[in-house]
Design a protein around this ligand. Structure first.
Ligand SMILES: *[C@@H]1O[C@H](CO)[C@@H](O)[C@H](O)[C@H]1NC(C)=O
Ligand SMILES: *[C@@H]1O[C@H](CO)[C@@H](O)[C@H](O)[C@H]1NC(C)=O
Ligand SMILES: *[C@@H]1O[C@H](CO)[C@@H](O)[C@H](O)[C@H]1NC(C)=O
Ligand SMILES: *[C@@H]1O[C@H](CO)[C@@H](O)[C@H](O)[C@H]1NC(C)=O
Length: 505
């Protein structure tokens, strides 16, 4: 998590004991009668050639696995303006089963939302002279990720701001030729999430408006219209949000400290201005098709908010429900102690349900509307103690896969690991381990597991498309993805599994 050094002082939250009694596995469901024919067809094949695809709880069919080894994705060399799509699919004649299969569009396979992703902000190292945002984005895209999160800020590759952009606002930053953002947005990710606006860290007494020196409503509106125009009909989705909101409400990095009421009011006003602007920009530009822009708020003290009760002012308790028009999405930042069980699903689902209950309904916004914009298991705390939940790269992989599986099972549109490159050090200068690629340019075991997940996800989507002519349903994908992430965690001897929720599609 990006709270700078002081964030390390977060205290171990006291998690209520969570009963495991009511967990229900979402998979292993029985084959529906109408699937009997398909099932007969595939019964002659060994289990490795068969995939189970579910449309609803209890309604699953078996399909034949698409048998070709297909390598698809994007090649994104450093400094290239565009990434090139590669497709080394063998001609269909190499297999009679494929000849009978429905046609598969590989680009659609690649861009099927894989939910798990990552982000870069304030990295402590990088490996080329290219802007760190582009360097990380290229690597994530090549790994098969479909989402990317970053901080939209006035900072060149060399770390220095462009002077004439001071107080010019977000659209000028997004479109300036010396900044990386147009190249980034042009990259073939489906989902971009980013912070717009500096947010006051504890100890600061200022508002976003003061910091950026801009009219928040006007800037947000202009930025949204530009995104709609440039990416009309691209299938891309943009989520514009901010850094960990509960710290912005407080005067110290102390989880138990009360919020500053003035800051709470400022936050409500700022989020209201941003949401009004997003809604107005879309309403005023109804021609925009197949491009989506949403506004989100982020809460980082969700468990503390549950524990302290509704009177304790916080993002979820106070701010989120007060914004009108209603806020589109809520991100939670969660990790470490809060997800202490090997299967973190009960704790994570409780936090997501809590945030979801505090979010008023909003027609027209695809649900569920809660995601983890940050989840993390650091390896060392600020004081150089080994973090008990992820002391080794292997345990970090286990926790990172299980937490991703738990969020996927709940229905979160995004589960974004904090972070691609580490942004924090211990007091003695060691890395805290908020990473997928370490300071020696090595992929961590967790990143290798996610790479395998992305590649297997493509194979699953391709198989479903070849068998049915359609991509898997959201639920069907999540049932598959939850189990696959758990297998990739390396820790499968756990009696409970995250329950996969059915939200109606
Ligand atoms: C990938 O290659 C296969 C086989 O040549 C072809 O059928 C398919 O249309 C290609 N997909 C894309 C997106 O180019
Ligand atoms: C912060 O704001 C309060 C109220 O507006 C004011 O009394 C106080 O002096 C300010 N503190 C700083 C450090 O500017
Ligand atoms: C954090 O805030 C709580 C509540 O105000 C207070 O009791 C506690 O002493 C604070 N902790 C630290 C380390 O300042
Ligand atoms: C946006 O895309 C839609 C669908 O292709 C098209 O009808 C519309 O004219 C486009 N609008 C602009 C401003 O490009």
């Amino acid at each position: 998590m990006p709270a700078g050094g002081l964030a390390a002082r977060r205290l171990a939250p006291v998690l209520a004991l969570i009963a495991l009694c009511c967990l229900r596995s979402g998979y292993g469901a029985t084959t529906a009668p109408q699937a009997a024919a398909a099932s007969k067809k595939v019964s002659a094949l060994d289990a490795a050639n068969v995939l189970q695809v579910c449309s609803k709880p209890g309604q699953c069919t078996k399909i034949v696995r698409y048998p070709l080894k297909v390598r698809i994705g994007f090649e994104c060399p450093p400094f290239a303006k565009q990434c090139t799509f590669y497709n080394t699919t063998q001609p269909a004649s190499t297999s009679s089963r494929v000849a009978a299969a429905k046609p598969v569009n590989e680009l659609q396979v690649f861009q099927y939302p894989k939910i798990v992703g990552s982000q870069v902000a304030m990295p402590l190292y990088q490996f080329t002279s290219e802007h760190n945002v582009l360097e990380a984005a290229r690597r994530l895209l090549q790994s098969g990720s479909t989402s990317f999160k970053f901080d939209l800020k006035n900072q060149r590759a060399n770390g220095k701001p462009i002077k004439e952009l001071d107080k010019k606002g977000w659209l000028s930053i997004a479109t300036h030729g010396e900044l990386p953002y147009v190249t980034l947005f042009d990259m073939p990710f489906r989902h971009f999430l980013f912070w717009a606006g500096r947010t006051p860290a504890p100890g600061r007494n200022i508002t976003w408006t003061d910091i950026d020196g801009i009219d928040v409503y006007k800037e947000m509106y202009r930025l949204v219209v530009w995104l709609l125009k440039r990416y009309n009909n691209s299938g891309k989705t943009f989520y514009i949000g901010h850094w960990e909101g509960d710290w912005c409400l407080r005067d110290t990095y102390n989880k138990s400290a009360p919020a500053n009421p003035k800051k709470v009011q400022t936050m409500i006003k700022l989020l209201t201005d941003k949401q009004r602007a997003v809604d107005a920009a879309k309403k005023d530009n109804p021609w925009a098709k197949n491009v989506f822009v949403w506004h989100y708020a982020e809460a980082n003290l969700v468990e503390q908010s549950m524990k302290q009760g509704p009177g304790w002012a916080s993002m979820v308790n106070t701010v989120i429900g007060a914004v009108r028009p209603v806020i589109d999405y809520v991100s939670i930042s969660v990790g470490g102690d809060s997800l202490r069980e090997v299967n973190p699903a009960p704790a994570l689902h409780k936090a997501m349900d809590f945030a979801n209950q505090k979010l008023p309904a909003k027609p027209g916004v695809p649900g569920p509307r809660v995601f983890a914009g940050e989840f993390y298991f650091d390896m060392r705390n600020r004081d150089d103690n080994i973090a008990i939940y992820a002391p080794t790269p292997e345990l970090q992989k286990q926790r990172g896969c299980w937490a991703a599986a738990a969020g996927v099972a709940w229905g979160a549109p995004h589960m974004l690991w904090w972070a691609f490159y580490d942004n924090e050090q211990t007091r003695s200068g060691a890395y805290r381990g908020y990473w997928l690629v370490d300071n020696g340019n090595r992929d961590t075991p967790l990143f290798r597991a996610y790479q395998q997940y992305f590649s297997d996800a493509q194979e699953f989507v391709r198989s479903v498309m070849a068998a049915t002519g359609k991509p898997p349903s959201d639920y069907g994908f999540r049932v598959w993805a939850t189990e696959r992430l758990i297998q990739l965690s390396g820790k499968t001897d756990v009696p409970t599994r995250p329950a996969v929720r059915y939200w109606g599609s």
